[in-house]
Design a protein around this ligand. Structure first.
Ligand code: ME8
Length: 510
């Protein structure tokens, strides 16, 4: 089966920060997990390059929008391998092939009668590139997201008949209660719709940086319509000479944060209906990473640099911290202090140290060969069905809960070492079988959790699976059966060198 997952496409008016990394890592975890299940995955990310925010930023930097887009799109592209993101394609909306597809779809919307000409007047936030409706305006005529003063603007525009979709959207929400997850975001979008939909401007007369309207090329398309269409346009040119539309559309899940829910949950389905396209299957709206109680963003400052974290601790540490600390779907505070605690106690100790101790004991007591599977290890009950449980969590997009469940197994293995005390068993010849069973249980448990954790922390799990002689298991969720499928568990394997997975950082003196 196909599985198509997307991230928002990020504005190129600034450099990538941890918030962008967070969404992209979430989509990557889903993509990697689904590949482990043998699905035909397509994972899309990219950059949103048109519109006023980019045009204004370019002006402020005395450069052209294209040059600014080229420079900053490159930074987003470079971020992806650094955070181990395994996307299948990176779309840039200034790509002529995207523009051509946008023009084709919008012409269909026009031909279907959902577009008309009129005068637009309203309060506009140049950072959101959005006209604000009355209830979206914060105190002092400011933008609630960017806290900057809104501008009164009026211009001749083309309009999209969003209001024509009032009933259809209400019906969609009534029929598909899991269309937007988590539930409180579904409720938020529904109440926006129930508040009454108004037509929206579809073009900007004053701007030249964008996709020209096919029926009125003197105007460029409002950036949000151009941007949303990336999810469809990418499929038409991601693979040379192939159109992937029918293979992957409708998307299985669009991942994003709560700031852009209105566009995805309201404008996007209406636009797709107007263009006679199928609707995406689901959207997942996560919260904000918060530092010091404020949303971390380029406009408010307060940016925690993911590159620095990666430089010091590696990409797995960043991926793990974000998804364990901040429950996917909720806002959550992140801090360097919290990061170091989780790194030291969980990654370095509970996983890394457990792995190196286990392998060292197998070397010392059993000549580097994992004992064969015994009748009973004492771990079967907890490890049985873990892969199915994780799959169910991932299907419900409960990434943090899924990670927490697997981490409970990691902790179970740590308790197992303490309870069985293999170093004591090793001193007593009569306990040899018990020692075998214990060492097998630990190695097998580590094999299973490493496969399950692979989508979250791909680098270190690959290292450990390789040291256990099962490097090829990383790609298959089926392999995560405790005891191994058809006997292909850890038993009987010769272990290899394990590099230190999460070296403890020297404390800087305090
Ligand atoms: O809105 N916490 O682009 P953008 C978590 N181009 N996620 C965060 C975050 C934070 N503090 N800050 C940003 C746009 N994000 C449009 C999208 S899609 C067709 C067009 C993430 O560069 C989160 O995914 O402002 C959020 O939705 C996105 O970055 C906004 O990125």
């Amino acid at each position: 089966m196909s599985y198509y997952v997307t991230t928002p496409i990020y504005y190129v008016n600034a450099e990538p920060h941890l918030g962008h990394a967070y969404s992209t890592i979430g989509a990557d975890i889903l993509a990697r997990h689904m590949r482990q299940r043998g699905e035909d995955v397509f994972f899309l990310t990219g950059t949103d390059e048109h519109g006023e925010p980019v045009a204004r930023a370019a002006e402020a930097q005395n450069t052209t929008p294209q040059e600014l887009a080229d420079r900053n799109a490159e930074r987003f592209k470079q971020l992806m391998p650094l955070i181990d993101v395994s996307h299948d394609f990176f779309i840039r909306t200034s790509d002529p092939r995207h523009k051509q597809e946008v023009a084709r779809v919008m012409q269909r919307v026009f031909d279907n009668g959902y577009v008309y000409e009129g005068l637009y007047e309203g309060m506009y936030c140049p950072r959101c590139a959005d006209f604000k409706s009355e209830h979206e305006i914060a105190e002092g005529n400011t933008c609630p997201v960017h806290k900057i003063e809104l501008e009164k603007q009026s211009e001749e525009s083309w309009f999209f008949k969003l209001s024509a979709f009032q009933e259809q959207l209400e019906q969609l929400f009534a029929e598909r209660k899991d269309w937007i997850l988590p539930r409180h975001r579904y409720n938020e979008a529904l109440s926006f719709i129930k508040g009454g939909l108004h037509d929206v401007a579809l073009s900007r007369a004053k701007l030249t940086w964008g996709v020209p309207l096919p029926w009125a090329p003197d105007q460029v398309m409002y950036v949000w319509f151009d941007a949303l269409l990336n999810y469809i346009s990418a499929l038409t040119f991601a693979r040379e000479g192939e159109n992937l539309h029918d293979r992957y559309w409708p998307a299985d899940v669009h991942v994003m944060a709560k700031d852009i829910i209105k566009f995805h949950a309201v404008y996007w389905p209406a636009l797709l209906l107007a263009a006679e396209e199928e609707l995406p299957k689901r959207m997942f709206v996560h919260g904000y990473l918060l530092m010091g109680g404020e949303k971390m963003s380029k406009s408010l400052g307060n940016v925690l640099d993911p590159l620095r974290v990666i430089e010091l601790f590696g990409s797995d540490a960043l991926r793990f911290y974000c998804y364990r600390e901040v429950s996917f779907g909720q806002d959550g505070a992140v801090s360097t202090e919290g990061f170091e605690t989780r790194y030291n106690t969980e990654l370095a100790n509970e996983y890394g140290n457990l792995a190196s101790r286990t392998l060292a004991m197998i070397s010392r007591y059993r000549g580097g060969v994992v004992p064969e599977e015994p009748d009973e290890t004492g771990l079967e009950a907890e490890f049985g069905g873990a892969a199915d449980d994780l799959a169910a969590r991932m299907d419900a997009l409960e990434l943090t809960a899924g990670l927490d469940d697997v981490w409970a197994l990691v902790r179970r293995l740590n308790r197992h070492v303490e309870e069985r005390a293999p170093w004591k068993l090793a001193k007593d010849e009569a306990k040899s079988e018990e020692l075998d069973a214990t060492l097998y249980g630990l190695a097998e448990g580590l094999r299973v959790v490493s496969i399950l954790l692979h989508p979250f922390i791909p680098q270190s799990t690959t290292k450990l699976l390789t040291a256990l002689g099962c490097a090829d298991h990383a790609g298959s969720l089926e392999a995560a059966e405790f005891g191994g499928r058809e006997g292909a568990g850890a038993g009987g394997r010769t272990i290899g060198e394990l590099p230190q997975l999460f070296p403890k950082l020297e404390s800087d003196g305090d």
